[in-house]
Design a protein around this ligand. Structure first.
Ligand SMILES: CC(C)(COP(=O)(O)OP(=O)(O)OC[C@H]1O[C@@H](n2cnc3c(N)ncnc32)[C@H](O)[C@@H]1OP(=O)(O)O)[C@@H](O)C(=O)NCCC(=O)NCCS
Length: 236
């Protein structure tokens, strides 16, 4: 189903609209970061997951407008992303993940419906380090005798993925604020540092992460050079 069709379908169901708006009122009490006309917080509604998935699909295909199959690829991509987001929201053993969204605030005259106002999204996970690992993905040999105690302080790290902001809303500080919110989210949940991968050609994202205080992890694996990626780390 296309994004517009989905919006039309929801808009034609007044009870569902009311329910959505009540849930939207409820999310006002959640942990959030308020900046200008936007709020960053955890996604809670299916419709928010769905629009976040669409935003990811649109970003993924934004430079491939000449591809005549782009629309059907986007649709498939969005469906897969939505299912992944729903699965991810179920906490796995030792790992917690959240889909963060930035939504445009309502103003007094215009009651925005949540699903129309998602302008940015990312995933943040809090993961335990494997034994001996000092950064995510480091190849380590496990010693023969080892403890599986995960309660060691700061033995967890935060990991950020799938950051994207709607084209029409860029350069308004949305990514910066979502990242600050996600870092606080991970640190308050016990992460000692926060990591992100970025493509070496993605200068905009590198500038953004650098401004926030992320640094390149010098020790990152040769695989990253082959994939033309950097691993960046933020230490609070
Ligand atoms: C990269 C991206 C997330 C930035 O989102 P954004 O909301 O526009 O970023 P912000 O407004 O918070 O920008 C904060 C800072 O990042 C840097 N920055 C952001 N976009 C930039 C661009 N296109 N070129 C250069 N620097 C840029 C600037 O230093 C900016 O500060 P300034 O506006 O005061 O100069 C957005 O362009 C996007 O979604 N790109 C496609 C997906 C992507 O590349 N994601 C990152 C994957 S690692």
């Amino acid at each position: 189903m296309k994004k517009q069709e989905f919006h039309k379908q929801i808009a034609s169901q007044p009870r569902r609209l009311l329910q959505l708006q009540q849930q939207a009122d409820h999310v006002q009490n959640m942990k959030h970061r308020d900046f200008g006309q936007f709020v960053a917080r955890e996604a809670v509604l299916d419709e928010e997951y769905w629009t976040a998935a669409w935003l990811r699909a649109e970003t993924h295909w934004e430079n491939r407008t000449d591809d005549r199959f782009a629309d059907s690829y986007k649709k498939k991509f969005a469906e897969q992303e939505f299912n992944a987001l729903k699965r991810q929201s179920e906490t796995k053993l030792g790992q917690k993940s959240a889909c963060i969204v930035t939504v445009k605030k309502e103003n007094a005259n215009e009651r925005h419906i949540v699903l129309k106002s998602v302008v940015g999204t990312l995933d943040v996970s809090i993961c335990p380090f494997l034994l001996g690992e000092t950064f995510p993905g480091e190849k380590v040999k496990a010693p023969i005798f080892h403890s599986t105690d995960r309660k060691e302080p700061k033995s967890q790290y935060g990991y950020i993925a799938n950051l994207c902001v709607a084209k029409s809303a860029r350069r308004q500080g949305i990514a910066r604020n979502m990242l600050h919110f996600s870092i606080d989210f991970a640190v308050s949940d016990g992460a000692g540092q926060v990591y992100v991968h970025v493509h070496r050609n993605n200068i905009a994202a590198q500038e953004l992460y650098e401004k926030i205080g992320f640094k390149v992890v010098e020790l990152a694996s040769p695989q990253l050079s082959r994939d033309k990626m950097y691993l960046l780390c933020y230490r609070p």
